[in-house]
Design a protein around this ligand. Structure first.
Ligand code: SF4
Length: 367
């Protein structure tokens, strides 16, 4: 077990308070924060602006990195998928998606997931454990260093989405701490409005998020327009049914600030939730609560052994047209990284055998 403090999960203030406990001045904390979060160094050895004795002391008493990259896959479309392991050997998956004007990094908040969404491979792992703030932040550092080189400034902005493994709102405090760390101008400087967190519908935490000033954008995964179907696809619905979920969504929507994004996600499963009638039910449901959030339609990504197929493109378009005709703005999300099993619902911590892939087992220092 790794019981040493993981300094990548410390805020700037936390580090300036921690260093004096080692008999060092507080400004060393600022130096270390900048080395970890701005220069993205994940080894104390590389922090050459620190005295050698301090670097040795830090190596003995703390750690900068606890994740190890086990496998790395690169898709034909440039998407990169990382399968990492925690110090206690649990899987963590992260996906880097380059786009013309920005990059998006999809991070995991838990290893495995306790929720049992039937269209998602991660569900089959169960919950292994929630990730620490440091393990969340480190995923972003690993992905950026891999794409651009250690400490190199990304040429485009970075967006983050908490849509990897796990239910982020069941790891709420660590998630918020990670978001605070990443927002720091002296570090990664990825501000909360560039972060979107997706929840399966943990109602009390949506209510909590509504009270937070500097918060990430919210996405709610719906997957079904009726309780009957949602109970099957997303069993969390039995605890917080649609009526409760949409009521809290309305409360949340009333707290939105200019520029903030609030969306619904709807995975499209062939013959299950994609009929014309279900499109009308979904539109009526959102209109009944007077919700103005956009609906992202996500073509399902097949993943054996799950019993679902993606809706055909024509069906997705028809579904979208019905939503639009009833005043619901919708958008069809383009799948990325399907050839490396990096797409939504495909993260299951397994090492697949696929083509056009670099599958290497490397330590962080080698990236
Ligand atoms: S879809 Fe999200 S919340 Fe549902 S089981 Fe998968 S990881 Fe968990």
């Amino acid at each position: 077990m790794n019981e040493r403090p993981h300094l990548t999960g410390f805020t700037l203030t936390g580090l300036t308070e921690f260093l004096p406990t080692l008999g060092e001045p507080a400004y060393r904390g600022r130096q270390i924060f900048s080395a970890l979060q701005h220069r993205r160094l994940l080894s104390f050895n590389e922090m050459s602006d620190l005295p050698k004795a301090l670097r040795e002391r830090l190596r003995e008493t703390a750690t900068a990195s606890t994740l190890t990259v086990e496998s790395r896959y690169v898709s034909e479309d440039g998407t990169r998928r990382f399968l990492m392991k925690t110090h206690d050997n649990l899987p963590v998956e992260t996906v880097f998606i380059p786009e013309e004007r920005r990059d998006t990094i999809c991070f995991s908040s838990q290893s495995g997931c306790p929720l049992q969404c039937t269209f998602c491979l991660t569900a089959q792992l169960g919950l292994l454990r929630s990730l620490t703030p440091g393990e969340i932040v480190e995923q972003i550092i690993v992905a950026l260093n891999d794409a651009y080189g250690v400490g190199e400034k990304p040429p485009r902005g970075t967006n983050l989405v908490g849509m990897g493994a796990g239910e982020p709102f069941l790891n709420f405090d660590s998630l918020l701490q990670a978001i605070r760390i990443m927002a720091e101008p002296q570090g990664l400087f990825i501000v909360p409005r560039r972060v979107t967190v997706s929840t399966a519908g943990v109602v009390p935490r949506i209510r909590d998020l509504a009270t937070i000033h500097d918060r990430p954008n919210l996405a709610i995964s719906l997957a079904a327009p009726t309780d009957e179907l949602r109970d099957v696809l997303m069993p969390i619905n039995k605890k917080w049914p649609l009526e409760e979920l949409l009521a809290v969504c309305k409360e949340f929507e009333q707290t939105l600030k200019p520029g903030e994004r609030f969306t619904f996600e709807y995975v499209m499963l062939d013959g299950v939730n994609d009929s014309d009638e279900q499109a009308r039910q979904l539109a009526n449901l959102l209109n009944r609560y007077d919700l103005h959030a956009k609906v992202n339609l996500i073509p399902h990504n097949s993943a054996a052994p799950l019993p679902y197929q993606p809706s055909p493109a024509t069906r997705v378009e028809m579904f979208k047209a019905i939503l639009e005709s009833k005043g619901i703005h919708s958008f069809v999300r383009k799948p990325r990284g399907r050839d490396i099993f990096a797409a939504c619902g495909q993260l299951a911590a397994v090492t697949q055998t696929v083509g056009v892939i670099t599958n290497s087992s490397v330590g962080l220092e080698q990236l």
